[in-house]
Design a protein around this ligand. Structure first.
Ligand code: ADE
Length: 257
């Protein structure tokens, strides 16, 4: 069964970016994921199809009204129920949400589906949030102009975790963050570029050695670029004596550079 995604958005066309291109586009064409959009404007019944109004208490900007959103969500939940999802989940994309990381992406990708609620303007009427939202997700501590880009980031990450979405099933396992580490460096032809050589080990054909070198690079680069991640790995995943030795060796080579 495909991952069933329903999105509540004023700008459904934006999602062409994930449904039509690259790895994500292929996943949609192959039926690995299914996406339906629901435009709250279609559930706004005044003459002007209003979806927002000024905030009570004053202040700048507009607030999305509860009713058009609630009606759109109700339709999305009904569709998900009709395709066999017994517990529908509405996730509101907001900077106030739980900050997305690899672990959460893995958890979400194992669910049968998700309903993503995209906000615009200053925000959404709080009563809609308390009535309908089951979880809140942020893509980072900054603000984008609407939930759509955030939802697309989430959809893309989820697709990568679904078996069959990547040409080579090993690709997702080699991504950064999978084992709490950043990725190792990559090289392709030519062997010498502007006088700069591909590391000799990669030309050796010794796959065990190459694996060790890559692990050492991943450990070393995480130590150099994201010491916070390395600390987290030590606490959560632990480090084997072999990994410890590889990292120490990497640190030594840095000293002598
Ligand atoms: N909407 C606006 N900014 C956002 C963010 N950082 N994460 C999720 N949704 C958002």
């Amino acid at each position: 069964m495909p991952f069933e995604c329903d999105v509540i958005t004023l700008f459904p066309e934006m999602f062409d970016a994930v449904t039509n291109y690259g790895i994500t586009g292929k996943a949609f064409r192959n039926g690995i994921i299914n996406l339906n959009t629901w435009n709250p404007r279609k559930f706004a019944y005044d003459n002007r199809h209003s979806v927002d109004d000024s905030p009570y208490g004053g202040g700048p900007g507009m607030v999305m009204m509860a009713q058009p959103l609630e009606d759109a969500i109700t339709q999305a939940r009904a569709r998900q129920t009709a395709v066999g999802i017994s517990q529908t989940v509405v996730a509101y994309m907001t900077p106030q949400g739980n900050r997305l990381d690899h672990h959460q992406v893995t958890t979400l990708s194992k669910m049968p589906g998700l309903i993503l609620l995209c906000g615009r303007y200053e925000g959404i009427d709080e009563r809609l949030i308390s009535r309908q939202v089951d979880m809140e997700i942020s893509i980072g501590d900054y603000v984008v102009s609407g939930g759509e880009l955030a939802a697309m980031v989430l959809i893309d990450c989820i697709i990568r975790q679904i078996p069959g979405s990547l040409g080579d099933p090993e690709s997702a396992n080699q991504d950064s963050f999978v084992d709490g580490l950043l990725d190792f460096p990559h090289y392709t032809r030519p062997e010498v570029y502007q006088g700069d050589h591909v590391p000799e080990i990669l030309m050796s054909g010794n796959h065990a050695q190459i694996r060790r070198w890559r692990l050492q690079q991943a450990l070393g680069r995480t130590w150099l670029k994201r010491p916070d991640l390395l600390k987290l790995k030590l606490e959560q995943h632990g480090i084997t004596p072999d990994e410890k030795e590889l990292l120490e060796e990497f640190k030594q080579t840095c000293k002598f550079r």
